[in-house]
Design a protein around this ligand. Sequence first.
Ligand code: NAD
Length: 310
Amino acid sequence: MDALVTGGAGFIGSHLTDALVALGGRVKVLDDLSAGLERNLNSGAEFINGSITDTDAVAQAVEGCEYVFHLAAHGAVARSLANPLGSNEANVTGTLNVLTAARDAGVRRLMFASSSSIYGGADVVPTPETQPLRPRSPYAVSKMAGEWYVRVFAELFEIETVALRYFNVFGPRQRPDSTYAAVIPLFISALLDGQPPTVHGDGMQSRDFTFVTDVVQANLCAARAPSEVCSGNAYNIAPGATHSLIELLDMLGTITGSNVAPNFVAPRAGDIRLSRADAALANAQLDWHPTHNILDGLRETVQWVQTQRP
Ligand SMILES: NC(=O)c1ccc[n+]([C@@H]2O[C@H](COP(=O)([O-])OP(=O)(O)OC[C@H]3O[C@@H](n4cnc5c(N)ncnc54)[C@H](O)[C@@H]3O)[C@@H](O)[C@H]2O)c1
């Protein structure tokens, strides 16, 4: 499959690039390395060091591609609180740039990395895609705007689009060292250092944790699904299970053999209590069926973090 992966030096995008290169075909990566790492780049893919906000770089990147997997973004809710304009520029303007260039270059289908954060704490749990969207951060607003753009482009122009709402992805290559690191790499690092992991609130908030290779498979399934079924749609991507942060710490304590008691601090503003997907639509329409259970995924992730440490 001839494809472009935006954000292909990042956590999820680099795993997706590896899978696409293994499938054969010409694969390109567009990334500005603002959060991604050179060591994540697959040598079988052509790397373009540039921003999705740069129209020339994007035009060069989409040229000759049949599929675009658009993952480049400013991630993390907290980052968008610190710099809402930056998030908007990358996630909304950048997405519109990629979409427009893809349409103009005759790309067949674009997969957009959306986020469960757009539900903003749904009343119905497990949450189906039909629930109202109530974004509670600039990041979530930017992902919702991206979704609307990709849907409207599928309706108006000769391009197929699919939005995938990822729920709390984890796995190897997720950085524990960035300012806005996610909870799993932070917990693992703390436990391996023998330090108390920081828990915001009482730790009973729960999430639908999704292993990265299942997200890669969701992207491949979305690229292959019949257009009359999936184009213009948005799909929840998660196993549909939920675990509290305390349960997560228990599992990680067993895997790492380190049971340091957590340090409870004030809850974070806007933190969602319970997040769990109803992924029946992706199961049925994309033929996507996640295969990793959380314990196996955590073991693989801990092993990877251990190999990265001095
Ligand atoms: N990790 C999760 O739990 C999660 C959940 C929901 C949605 N998502 C979405 O999935 C996508 C990938 O997330 P990730 O966790 O791999 O994050 P990541 O930060 O590891 O990857 C994002 C990549 O995009 C690149 N990038 C950022 N701005 C860019 C720009 N202007 N031009 C070119 N490249 C740019 C970064 O350098 C990085 O390599 C993002 O769109 C994110 O919003 C992630």
